[in-house]
Design a protein around this ligand. Structure first.
Ligand code: ADP
Length: 422
């Protein structure tokens, strides 16, 4: 073999989100892309750094997918595997473990992916955890009714806020649980295990970190709004969040300690937490991956100047990161933001106003459009998807906030009522 470039298998990455591909290209790493089952990737129009496609069906036949990877590795060796898609994290960890490649290991992947296990591990390490109940067997509902209300009901293996619903009272809990089960059955195709936990008020934060040999560099802490439910649609992400020093230190401390508690010692993480009562950090979840299908790369790299995904890919390939990892919070050099265009209604999309004007704005690097005129948006709690992301760069986070107020005024979706969409 003449080509000595490292190769990674990238599992279930959407090609419309470019950042991970661009980072691979900059890092000199080739990618073999495992396309998402719902995405058709033409072999003659591959994203940057992608040298080939490998079709695997993780849900349909996991054993076969693992065997296909083993054979591929035997004939065309690769140096590691990576995914930004949360449900694929345990698969990637298992495949890496079996092939003797770098990874976080099955145990850590399992803990980061199952919200029940994650809560138990964080609580055992003495970290802040809301009171919670598992809904595994009959009788568990009675335990859940003893929690302080409001509570949040969610699938144990959920992602993208799928089914996550607030319940106001013990009396309404049963109905909310039934509704969440229904959403999961429709979207995931199976009955999901559920968790009920006390509602955490306060601002929501997203934290992007990189671990190496157990040391954790916190690249950025961003503000994610203050969603109150009952359904938790994502709205904004602006970094760096403006926080008093003591709170920022507490966030960094909680996030680093959570890596230790969950055993995540290598690679990127995306942590979501809320500042309960405006001050005390409580983890909602920690994903052992780059967040937002790569949006976290855009944010963290512009806030710090560090190529977050490039470093993550190097670690996944068993290479040294380009920069020495420094434990603690990295100083910020600018501000970056993502505005998630709200559906703002339901029905068949007639027109999306304002996107062309926004695309031409010098502060905007990317408008990633996912819904188009003609698409049908179903009403909540059914989740159709987000219409578009607007990714922008600013000198300060105050300017990013102003910009988002402008986007709120500028982008609007008109719908044609659909009988079957209501
Ligand atoms: P997912 O993995 O599906 O995104 P999360 O647990 O991250 O599920 O929940 C999605 C969103 O729901 C969070 O970003 C947050 O806004 C809200 N949420 C979830 N749990 C709670 C809670 N206990 N208190 C307050 N808000 C919550």
């Amino acid at each position: 073999m003449t080509d000595s470039r490292p190769t990674l298998v990238l599992v279930y990455q959407r090609t419309s989100l470019p950042w991970i591909f661009e980072s691979a290209e900059r890092a000199g790493i080739d990618l073999v892309l495992v396309p998402r089952p719902d995405e058709d990737v033409p072999a003659d129009r591959l994203p940057p750094a992608v040298v080939g496609l490998l079709v695997l069906d993780l849900d349909g036949d996991r054993a076969d997918a693992l065997e296909t990877l083993r054979k591929r590795h035997e004939t065309q060796p690769f140096q590691g595997l990576v995914t930004l898609y949360d449900p694929a994290v345990p698969f990637v960890a298992e495949a890496a473990e079996r092939l003797g490649l770098p990874g976080i290991g099955c145990e850590a992947a399992f803990g980061a992916q199952d919200k029940r296990v994650m809560r138990e591990r964080l609580a055992a390490a003495g970290l802040n955890v809301p009171r919670f109940a598992r809904l595994d067997k009959p009788g568990d509902l009675a335990t859940a009714k003893d929690l302080s209300f409001p509570v949040v009901v969610k699938p144990a293996h959920g992602f993208s806020s799928l089914g996550v619903t607030r319940a106001e009272t013990a009396e309404s809990l049963e109905n909310v649980v039934a509704e969440v089960r229904q959403v999961c059955a429709n979207k995931l195709g199976h009955v999901a295990a559920l968790v009920v936990e006390e509602y955490l008020d306060g601002p929501e934060l997203a934290v992007e970190s990189l671990a190496r040999d157990g040391a954790v560099q916190v690249l950025s802490i961003g503000y994610k709004g203050e969603p109150e439910g009952p359904y938790f649609e994502e709205s904004v992400y602006r970094a760096p969040a403006e926080l008093p020093d003591a709170i920022r230190d507490a966030v960094v401390h909680e996030v680093i300690a959570a890596h230790t508690a969950l055993g995540i010692t290598e690679g990127p993480t995306h942590t979501e937490l809320r500042l309960r009562g405006g001050a005390e950090p409580y983890l909602l979840e920690m994903g052992a991956r780059i967040g937002g299908s790569g949006v976290s790369q855009y944010i963290a790299s512009h806030v710090t100047g560090v190529d977050f995904a490039g470093e993550a890919l190097r670690i996944a390939a068993g290479l040294e990161p380009a920069n020495r990892l420094v434990e603690g919070l990295t100083a910020s050099v600018g501000a970056a933001a993502n505005y998630i265009v709200p559906c703002g209604g339901h029905g068949r999309i007639a027109t999306i106003h304002g996107l062309d004007e926004v695309r031409a704005d010098p502060r905007v690097d990317h408008v990633v459009q996912m819904l188009f005129p003609g698409d049908v948006v179903r009403p909540y709690p059914d989740f159709t998807g987000y219409p578009a992301f607007v990714l922008s760069r600013h000198r300060t986070v105050a300017e990013a906030e102003e910009f988002h107020a402008y986007l709120e005024r500028t982008i609007r979706i008109d719908y044609i009522p659909e009988e079957d969409a209501s």
